[in-house]
Design a protein around this ligand. Structure first.
Ligand SMILES: Nc1nc2c(ncn2[C@@H]2O[C@H](COP(=O)(O)OP(=O)(O)OP(=O)(O)O)[C@@H](O)[C@H]2O)c(=O)[nH]1
Length: 229
C-alpha cells in the first residue's frame, strides 16, 4: 500500500435507550438531515463521514445500535473493535438517563475502556426536562466522561461530539506512536521525525519532546509514523 493510501479509520458505537435520538444524530451528522418520524432501529445500522483533525484525515465509521434490550445479543457483537463510544440519553426520558451506566458497562465488556462521551440529547425540550443539570454533571463525573448537551433537531453540538472523540483517539494514537519511538531507540540510536520541526535528532536517554513545526503543517504524523515503523 502506498503512503498516500493510508488513512485513519475510527469505529464509533452510539448506544442508549430506544428513542433517545441515536439514529437521528448519525443522520444529522452524516447526511445533514433531521426527520420527526421515529423508525425503530432493528439490530444495527451504519454511516460514515470523513473529517480532518489537526491535519489528519480521519474516516469516522458510526455504528447505530438498537436501543431495545431485545436486540442486545445482536448489537453487542457490533461493539467489538470500537475505538470510541457515544452514550446517549434524552432530556425528556428519565429511564434513558438512569440506563446510561449500564450501557457503558455493556460496551466496556466488549471493548474495554475506550474514549467515551455522554450525550444529553433533545435539549430543545429543556422546558419538559426530567433530568436536572447537576445530576447529569454528577453522572458524567462518576463515569469519567465528558458531558455534551445536544439537540439533533436544532443541530446544536452534534459535530462537537464526534470531533471530540476523534481528537481523543488521535491523541491516544500519537501517545502510543511516541512511546514506540522512545522504547525502540536503544542507547546510541537517534530518531528522525521529518514531519516535526527541523527533524528531531536527539540522543536517547533524554526525554524526547516533539514540537510541532511552526512553519510547516504538522500533516500526516501518523502516516509518517507508519512509514518509519
Ligand atoms: N425534539 C427533539 N426530537 C428529537 C431529537 N433527536 C431525535 N428526536 C426525535 O426522537 C425520535 C427518536 O429518534 P431516533 O433517532 O429514531 O431514536 P433512536 O435512539 O435511534 O431509537 P432506537 O432506534 O429505537 O434505538 C424521533 O421522532 C426523532 O425525530 C432532538 O434533538 N429533539
Amino acid at each position: 500500500m502506498r503512503e498516500e493510501e493510508l488513512e485513519l479509520a475510527l469505529k464509533v458505537v452510539i448506544v442508549g435507550n430506544g428513542g433517545v435520538g441515536k439514529s437521528s444524530m448519525i443522520q444529522r451528522y452524516c447526511k445533514g438531515i433531521f426527520t420527526k418520524d421515529y423508525k425503530k432501529t432493528i439490530g444495527v445500522d451504519f454511516l460514515e463521514r470523513q473529517i480532518e483533525i489537526d491535519g489528519e484525515d480521519v474516516r469516522l465509521m458510526l455504528w447505530d445500535t438498537a436501543g431495545q434490550e431485545e436486540f442486545d445479543a445482536i448489537t453487542k457483537a457490533y461493539y467489538r473493535g470500537a475505538q470510541a463510544c457515544v452514550l446517549t440519553f434524552s432530556t425528556v426520558d428519565r429511564d434513558s438517563f438512569e440506563a446510561t451506566h449500564s450501557w457503558k458497562l455493556k460496551v466496556e465488556n466488549e471493548c474495554g475502556e475506550i474514549p467515551t462521551v455522554i450525550v444529553q440529547n433533545k435539549i430543545d425540550l429543556l422546558d419538559q426536562s426530567v433530568v436536572n443539570p447537576e445530576e447529569a454533571e454528577l453522572l458524567a463525573r462518576a463515569l469519567g466522561c465528558r458531558l455534551i448537551r445536544t439537540s439533533v433537531k436544532e443541530d446544536i453540538n452534534v459535530a462537537t461530539v464526534f470531533r471530540h472523540l476523534a481528537s481523543r483517539c488521535l491523541e491516544e494514537l500519537r501517545d502510543s506512536v511516541n512511546d514506540y519511538y522512545y522504547s525502540s531507540t536503544n542507547n546510541h540510536n537517534t530518531i528522525t521525525l521529518s514531519t516535526f520541526s527541523q527533524s528531531v535528532k536527539k540522543p536517547v536517554k533524554e526525554t524526547i519532546v516533539l514540537k510541532p513545526n511552526k512553519h510547516k503543517r504538522r500533516k500526516n504524523v501518523l502516516k509518517s509514523a507508519c512509514r518509519l515503523l
